[in-house]
Design a protein around this ligand. Structure first.
Ligand code: NAD
Length: 257
């Protein structure tokens, strides 16, 4: 992945991005974090980019990527983890300013950063990109803009994989299930989400840990996945496998240990 280059992690100051940046740095990668709310990762060798840019702003992304490469060298691995959660509403109450915010950051932002970095990788004929989508992009829920944006992330992942496959750039997505980040914990604490309802339908009866998503991302960036491009890998503790069992009376209880 980054033998002679850096890995850029957007949204790397918190949550899944932070777990990924820390894991990659521990593996010996040179990791640069870019985040609109920048914060250093204590206990890691990660480099915090000091000029935060909004991934939804085309001009800011284009100049930000150029500046990062001028300062730290070629980006050979990219993790698009910057994102915002969807607001839950009945359809009549979906506010279009909120719709635009979620689609702009989660879909447009992912595309803008992937394009800005990917064209550079394509010129150098080397690189790997991982976009963070969501199981929400593969299912339905009362988070209308978010599900659409994440489905779009899965789609552009395939498109960019096809676009750059012949020049040696791989593009994949991970789709986390409900993952125990600060953002999710805040949703549980506010009462908007219920931990038992999030975990119960999964095959493994639990939330996903941020490091588990990070491990999948690290694999997709590494030569260990050299033949893999254009996929969307759920890391969901069996959320997709388990949810349909409600129609058949629910998942089996584990026998007493
Ligand atoms: N936590 C989950 O349960 C879960 C599940 C599925 C998918 N995801 C996705 O994973 C990604 C990370 O989520 P998380 O739970 O770690 O959230 P988080 O809020 O902990 O981290 C997201 C980071 O992105 C940054 N960010 C937000 N908007 C930005 C912008 N416009 N420009 C640059 N940086 C920006 C934030 O400052 C934050 O540090 C998101 O795309 C989210 O949709 C999360």
């Amino acid at each position: 992945m980054s033998a002679n280059g850096i890995v850029l992690v957007t949204g790397g100051s918190r949550g899944i991005g932070a777990a990924t940046a820390a894991l990659l740095a521990n593996q010996g990668q040179r990791v640069v974090i870019s985040d609109i709310a920048p914060g250093p990762l204590a206990g890691t060798q990660t480099i915090l980019w000091p000029a935060p840019f909004d991934v939804a702003s085309e001009s800011a992304v284009v100049s930000g990527i150029a500046d990062i490469e001028a300062a730290h060298g070629p980006i050979t691995g990219l993790v698009n983890a910057a994102g915002v959660f969807g607001k839950m509403h009945p359809v009549e109450r979906v506010r279009m300013d909120q719709w635009d915010r979620e689609v702009n950051i989660d879909l447009r932002g992912t595309f803008l950063v992937a394009r800005s970095v990917g064209v550079r990788m394509a010129q150098r004929r080397h690189g790997a990109i991982v976009n963070v989508a969501s199981v929400a992009g593969m299912t339905s829920g009362p988070i209308h803009a978010y599900t659409a944006a994440k489905a779009g992330v899965i789609q552009i992942t395939q498109t960019l994989a096809a676009e750059w496959g012949r020049v040696g750039v791989r593009v994949n997505a991970v789709s986390p299930g409900f993952t125990r980040t600060v953002a999710l914990e805040a949703g549980i604490a506010s009462g908007a989400l219920n931990k038992d309802l999030l975990a119960g339908p999964t095959a493994m009866n639990r939330l996903v840990e941020p490091v588990e998503v990070a491990q999948a991302i690290a694999w997709l960036l590494s030569p260990m996945s050299s033949g893999v491009t254009g996929i969307n890998l759920p890391v969901d503790a069996g959320f997709i496998a388990g949810t349909t069992w409600a129609a058949y009376g629910g998942l089996p209880e584990a026998p007493e240990a």
